[in-house]
Design a protein around this ligand. Structure first.
Ligand code: PMP
Length: 428
C-alpha cells in the first residue's frame, strides 16, 4: 500500500512536448496541456531516444546482406518478441505489425472465415463496428452494466444460427467514457459457446497490462500512437490459425516464399504462414521498434504504479467536474464504474465545440470534441444526435440549442498534475 501511495504522487514519465508553448487569445502564451491522449499520446522521451539511437543504423528489413540490414532485421524481429512478451502471448500466437488498430481489425476481418458470424456491441469505436461484411454482423444493444454486457452476449450467442465460426469483437476500455469492459467474462461467455473473441485494446493497453493468455482472448489489437510510440505502427496478436489460413492481407514481396510462372501463363505463389504473410512490402521497422520500446518502458515503470497515479488524476477530474452543476459526465455503466483516464462530458447551455475551442484558445488546453468515431454510442449517451455528422465529428448546434456532441478529456503516464488542475479550473 505504501508503494502504491508513493506511486500515486510520483512524477509523470518524461514525454516530448512538455515545453511547447502556445499563444492565448487573451495575450501571452502558456505551455500546452495535452489532454487528448485517447486520440494520440505524446511520445515517451525514452521511445524517442531509442529511435534516435537506432536511426543511424537504419537499413532494409528481411532484404539485405549488409550489416545494417541484418541489424535492422534483428531489431524488427526482436521487437515482435518484446510485444509478444508485453501481451503475455501463448507460444503459438503470432504478432503481426500493422499500421494501427483500424488496420489490425480490418486484417482480422479479411482472414476470418467467409461464413463467420460476428457479434459487436453498438457502443464500439467505428474501427470495431465497421470492418465486417454486413451479412455477418449482429449488432448488440448498449448494455447499462458490465453484467448486462455479458448476459446480452450470452443470449445472442445462444440463439445464433448454425454451428459455424463466430467472432466477438469488444473494446477493453471505451474511447468515450473510459469505462472498463468485462473482457475476461465476455471471453469466457464466447468460448463456452464456441465463439472466438478479439480485444480492441487501443484504449486499454496504454493504461493496463493486457494479458492475452490470462484474459483468454483470441486476439488483441492496439495502436502505437496511443501507446506513446507515434511512428505509424500497430499490432494484431493472437491465434495463428485464421492468420495462417487466410488470404494474405497485403500481397507482395516479403509475404511470398516462392513465386513461379505456370504453364498456363499465370503464377503460382507459395505464401508464408508466419506473420510475414500479412506484412508484404518493406516493413516499418522504426514503428515496430518504437512500440517495443514503449512496451519495455511501460513494463519497467509498472502498470500498478502508473494506474495508481492516473486514478488520482481521474478522481481529481471527477471531483472538479462534480462541483459544476452544468456538467454531465457521460457513462454507460454508472458514475462510479472503473475507468481509465478518459472522460467525456457535456456542459448545459454550451456547444461542446465552442467549449473545447475556448479551452484551447483561453487556457492552452488540447481536448477533443465531437462524436469520437462512436456515433451510435454517443446517440445512446446523449439521447439523440445529429443525423449527418462530419468526419468523426458533428455539425454545430445553433445558438441556444442543446449540444449534440461532447467534450473528451484524456490523459496518461506523461500528464503532470498542473495540466489536470488547469483543466478543472478552466471548466469551473
Ligand atoms: N478502437 C478504439 C477504442 C479507439 O479509441 C481507436 C482510436 N480512437 C481505434 C480503435 C482506432 O485506432 P487507430 O485510429 O489508431 O486505428
Amino acid at each position: 500500500a505504501d508503494t502504491l501511495t508513493a506511486a500515486a504522487t510520483a512524477e509523470p514519465l518524461p514525454v516530448l512536448g512538455r515545453d511547447v508553448t502556445v499563444p492565448l487569445v487573451t495575450g501571452g502564451e502558456v505551455t500546452y496541456a495535452a489532454l487528448d491522449y485517447a486520440a494520440s499520446a505524446p511520445a515517451l522521451q525514452r521511445v524517442w531516444d531509442d529511435v534516435a539511437a537506432y536511426a543511424p543504423y537504419y537499413g532494409s528489413v528481411h532484404r539485405g546482406a549488409g550489416y545494417l540490414s541484418q541489424l535492422s532485421t534483428d531489431l524488427f524481429e526482436n521487437s515482435r518478441r518484446t510485444v509478444a512478451e508485453f501481451l503475455g502471448c501463448r507460444p503459438d500466437d503470432q504478432v503481426v505489425f500493422t499500421r494501427s488498430t483500424t488496420d489490425s481489425l480490418n486484417l482480422l476481418a479479411a482472414v476470418a472465415p467467409a461464413d463467420c458470424q460476428v457479434f459487436v456491441f453498438e457502443t464500439e469505436h467505428h474501427a470495431s463496428l465497421l470492418p465486417w461484411r454486413d451479412a455477418q454482423v449482429t449488432y448488440l444493444n448498449a448494455p447499462r452494466s458490465p453484467a448486462e454486457a455479458v448476459s446480452t452476449l450470452e443470449r445472442a450467442l445462444d440463439v445464433r444460427a448454425g454451428r459455424g465460426p463466430a467472432l466477438v469483437c469488444v473494446t477493453g476500455a471505451s474511447n468515450v467514457t473510459g469505462e472498463l469492459w468485462p473482457v475476461r467474462e465476455l471471453a469466457a461467455a464466447a468460448h463456452a459457446r464456441g465463439a472466438r473473441i478479439v480485444l480492441d485494446a487501443a484504449q486499454l493497453a496504454p493504461h493496463h497490462a493486457v494479458d492475452i493468455a490470462g484474459l483468454d482472448v483470441d486476439w488483441v489489437a492496439f495502436s502505437g500512437h496511443k501507446l506513446y510510440a507515434p511512428f505509424g505502427s500497430g499490432v494484431l496478436a493472437g491465434r495463428a490459425d485464421w492468420l495462417r489460413d487466410g488470404e494474405p492481407y497485403l500481397a507482395g514481396g516479403g509475404a511470398s516464399r516462392r513465386v513461379a510462372r505456370r504453364a498456363d501463363g499465370g503464377v503460382d505463389v507459395d505464401w508464408h504462414t508466419t506473420a510475414a504473410r500479412h506484412e508484404a512490402g518493406s516493413p516499418n521497422v522504426i514503428g515496430a521498434y518504437a512500440i517495443a520500446s514503449a512496451c519495455t518502458a511501460l513494463t519497467e515503470a509498472g502498470f500498478d504504479a502508473l494506474a495508481a497515479r492516473e486514478q488520482r488524476l481521474v478522481r481529481r477530474v471527477r471531483e472538479g467536474l462534480a462541483e459544476v452543476p452544468e456538467v454531465r459526465v457521460l457513462s454507460l455503466f454508472g458514475d462510479d464504474a472503473p475507468r481509465v483516464g478518459v472522460l467525456s462530458f457535456v456542459v448545459e447551455g454550451w456547444n461542446s465545440s465552442h467549449f473545447a475551442a475556448a479551452l484551447s484558445a483561453e487556457y492552452g488546453i488540447g481536448v477533443r470534441d465531437g462524436l469520437f468515431c462512436a456515433h451510435p454510442l454517443l446517440r445512446t449517451l446523449l439521447g439523440s444526435g445529429p443525423q449527418e455528422p462530419g468526419e468523426c465529428g458533428a455539425p454545430e448546434a445553433g445558438p441556444g440549442e442543446r449540444s449534440l456532441n461532447a467534450i473528451r478529456v484524456s490523459f496518461g503516464a506523461g500528464t503532470p498534475d498542473e495540466h489536470v488542475e488547469r483543466f478543472v479550473r478552466a471548466v469551473q
